[in-house]
Design a protein around this ligand. Structure first.
Ligand code: AP5
Length: 217
């Protein structure tokens, strides 16, 4: 299946993407993760992306689209993929449709993870990420047993630069202005389904999988 996950920052896209992608045996492609890997690696792409990411703004479309085009051309993405964080605005969605048409295919489903702004702030203000293995924790909702240390690999946990409360609020504004128009864009294409993204992680995964099974039928 070819699936897009859309939703505000902190909706749990990254958390759900790993489980959904694993259930469907397709690669999870997260533009945020690819940008962060480039920032850590000190690449030219990373240096460019970092200034936008730290402010909570979108990285320019031409940079993002070229990166996604390369990734979707890789062998593991030929039978399906789960996109997390792309597209982020209507122009990116239009380019994605064209790109897939060139490959002779199209999207099967777009899941919108629905969660309110205050829950987003709670989730992001408490998020911690492992510097070594990338696993995501939460100081209240999913804490590691030793503060600051990843239970999975013993790595150091850190707070993302864009998870400060003022930057979170700005990212929410960017979402409303630039990303939320995707909801009607994909509704008109008949491939949008909202999913309640509150409650236990496993229940949200089950809701998402139930919706995807309907699209697959
Ligand atoms: P990106 O990394 O995509 O950030 P985002 O969309 O803001 O999403 P987040 O990663 O913050 O949240 P999430 O929804 O994945 O939540 P998570 O699962 O971690 O993008 C970062 C930046 O890169 C952008 O601002 C932009 O600059 C740039 N960028 C990326 N894509 C771009 C594009 N296409 N175009 C242009 N620029 C682009 O969960 C959050 C926390 O909540 C975690 O601590 C988790 O443990 C916890 N949690 C998850 N689920 C639950 C639950 N059910 N209950 C309680 N807690 C939960």
């Amino acid at each position: 299946m070819r699936v897009v996950l859309v939703g505000p920052p902190g909706a749990g896209k990254g958390t759900q993407a790993q489980f959904i992608a694993s259930n469907l045996s397709i690669p999870k492609i997260s533009t945020g993760d690819i940008f962060r890997a480039n920032v850590s690696g000190g690449t030219e792409l990373g240096k460019l992306a970092k200034e936008y990411m730290d402010r909570g703004d979108l990285v320019p479309d031409e940079v993002t689209v070229a990166m996604v085009r390369d990734r979707l051309g890789e062998p593991d993405a030929q039978e399906g993929f789960l996109l997390d964080g792309f597209p982020r605005n209507v122009p990116q969605a239009q380019i994605l449709n064209k790109m897939l048409a060139e490959f002779g295919t199209s999207l099967d489903a777009v899941l919108e993870l629905v969660v309110d702004d205050e829950e987003v702030v709670r989730r992001l203000a408490g998020r911690r990420t492992c510097r070594s293995c990338g696993k995501v924790w939460h100081v209240v909702f999913d804490p590691s047993s030793t503060e600051g240390v990843c239970d999975a690999c013993g790595g150091e946990l850190f707070q993302r630069d864009d998870d400060r409360e003022d930057t979170i609020r700005h990212r929410l504004e960017v979402y409303q202005e630039q990303t939320s128009p995707l909801i009607s864009f994909y509704a008109e294409e008949g491939i949008l389904q909202g999913v309640d993204a509150t409650g236990p992680v496993e229940e949200i995964t089950q809701r998402a999988m139930a919706e995807l099974r309907r699209f697959a039928d």
